[in-house]
Design a protein around this ligand. Structure first.
Ligand SMILES: [Mg+2]
Length: 383
C-alpha cells in the first residue's frame, strides 16, 4: 500500500495510534492456555455489583462490552469465564509495549495502559514510510509480548485514532490527507473526540447526526451553541486537529467541568452533577495510575463570577467514594445556603491535584472496588 502521507508537504505530521486488542483479556488468554478461544470476562463479581473491565472478542460476539454489569454479562453468556483483574501483569505487559514504541520516537503519548499516540514525522524524514513503521510495531508487539495490537496511521491524532478502531482486532488502517474528509463524512458525531452523550443529544436536536451534518453547520452556530467546544467541532469535522503528541506529559491535575444548558438553582441537582464528575475523575486517575491529595470544586455563577474551593486530604486519594466524600462541604462553602438571591450556577467542575510522587498502589483488591463503580463516558476533559 502506498503511504500517501509522504506525498504531501513536509510539514504534514505522521501520527500513529496503537491500541492493544482486548488488552486485559488478551493478557489472561496469553498466560492461561485454557482461556484461549473462550469468552473471557475480566472484571468484578458477576454475583455482586461488579462491572466488565475488558472482555475477549469471543465474549463480545454475545453482545458483552466494557462497563456493562457483570451480572448482565453472565445473563447474555452463561458459559463465560469470569476472571479477576491482575493489574501487575497488565502493567508489565504495558511497559513492554511502551518500550517498543519508544524505540521509534521519544514522542510517545500513552493514553492508558493499552493505548498510545506516536509522532513519527522525524522517523520518516529519511523516506521510511509511516505505514512501514506501524507494520513493524505491530509485528514486534506480537513477537515480543504475544499480544496483538491494532494501529491507525494518519496526519493528526483524531484520524489516527479513528483509523486504529476501524479494523479491530489486529488491524492496520491508513488515512492519507486526501482521504481524511471523505473518511470523516459518514461517521456519527459520537465518534469525534470531545463529543459525549450530552453533546450528541444536543446536536441531534439540531438535526446534526453525521460529521458531514456537522461540517454543514456554520462556525457561528456551533460557537453560539457550544462555546469553545463548538470551534473544536467545526475544525475536527474538517479533519483539522493540531493537538501535538505530548510525551511524558507531567500532569498537575485531573478534572472535569460542565456548563449547563440552563443555570442550576437546585442544590440536589448540583450535588448529583458533582458526584458524576467525581466518578469520571476517579476513572481517569485510575487509568493514569495517579492519586492526589487535593480535591477542588469550581463554581461559575450566572454573572460569570467564579469561585474554587479546595480540601486537602491527609492521604492521596483516587477512589470515587473518597472524592465524593469531600463534595458536600466544598459545595456548602462555594454556594452558601440561606443566601437568598444568590445567582444561579452555570458551570461546575471537580478536580484532583497535588499528586503523590509515588505510583498509586493498585493492588488487586483496590482494582476490584474500582470496578464496582459505574464507568462513564468522558466528554469535555478539562486538563
Ligand atoms: Mg484497547
Amino acid at each position: 500500500m502506498l503511504d500517501e502521507c509522504t506525498e504531501k508537504a513536509p510539514d504534514i505530521r505522521k501520527i500513529i495510534h496503537v491500541d492493544m486488542d482486548a488488552f486485559f483479556a488478551a493478557v489472561e488468554q496469553r498466560d492461561h492456555a485454557e482461556l484461549r478461544g473462550q469468552p473471557v470476562i475480566v472484571g468484578g463479581d458477576p454475583t455482586g455489583r461488579g462491572v466488565v473491565a475488558t472482555c475477549s472478542y469471543e465474549a463480545r460476539s454475545f453482545g458483552i462490552h466494557s462497563a456493562m454489569t457483570a451480572s448482565r454479562a453472565r445473563l447474555l453468556c452463561p458459559q463465560a469465564i469470569f476472571v479477576r483483574p491482575r493489574m501487575a501483569a497488565y502493567r508489565e505487559a504495558s511497559q513492554d509495549v511502551m518500550g517498543i514504541l519508544h524505540s521509534y520516537t521519544r514522542l510517545v503519548e500513552p493514553l492508558s495502559l493499552d493505548e498510545a499516540f506516536l509522532d513519527v514525522t522525524a522517523a520518516t524524514a529519511d523516506g521510511t514510510l509511516a505505514i512501514q513503521i506501524a507494520k513493524e510495531i505491530r509485528a514486534r508487539i506480537e513477537q515480543e509480548t504475544g499480544l496483538t495490537a491494532s494501529a491507525g496511521v494518519s496526519y493528526n491524532k483524531s484520524l489516527a485514532k479513528l483509523a486504529s478502531d476501524w479494523r479491530k482486532p489486529n488491524g492496520l488502517v491508513v488515512i492519507p490527507p486526501k482521504r481524511g474528509l471523505a473518511f470523516l463524512a459518514p461517521l456519527h458525531v459520537s465518534k469525534l473526540h470531545g463529543v459525549g452523550p450530552a453533546t450528541v443529544a444536543r446536536l441531534s436536536k439540531m438535526g446534526i447526526h453525521t460529521v458531514l451534518d456537522l461540517r454543514n453547520t456554520s462556525q457561528e452556530t456551533l460557537a453560539r451553541q457550544f462555546g469553545k467546544a463548538g470551534l473544536w467541532f467545526y475544525e475536527v469535522a474538517r479533519g483539522i486537529d493540531l493537538r501535538p503528541v505530548q510525551p511524558h506529559r507531567e500532569r498537575k491535575s485531573v478534572g472535569y467541568e460542565r456548563t449547563f444548558e440552563e443555570n442550576l438553582r437546585d442544590r440536589t441537582i448540583m450535588m448529583a452533577s458533582l458526584q458524576e464528575m467525581a466518578a469520571q475523575v476517579s476513572r481517569r486517575l485510575h487509568e493514569l495510575g495517579l492519586a492526589g491529595r487535593t480535591v477542588s470544586i469550581k463554581v461559575r455563577f450566572r454573572d460569570f463570577q467564579t469561585v474554587t474551593r479546595s480540601h486537602t486530604a491527609p492521604q492521596p486519594i483516587w477512589r470515587c467514594e473518597d472524592i465524593s466524600a469531600c463534595l458536600p462541604e466544598l459545595l456548602a462553602r462555594a454556594v452558601p445556603t440561606g443566601l437568598s438571591g444568590y445567582p444561579s450556577v452555570r458551570l461546575l467542575g471537580v478536580t484532583v491535584s497535588s499528586f503523590a510522587a509515588t505510583e498509586v498502589n493498585c493492588s488487586d483488591t483496590g482494582q476490584l472496588s474500582l470496578l464496582d463503580e459505574v464507568i462513564y463516558d468522558q466528554p469535555g476533559q478539562t486538563s
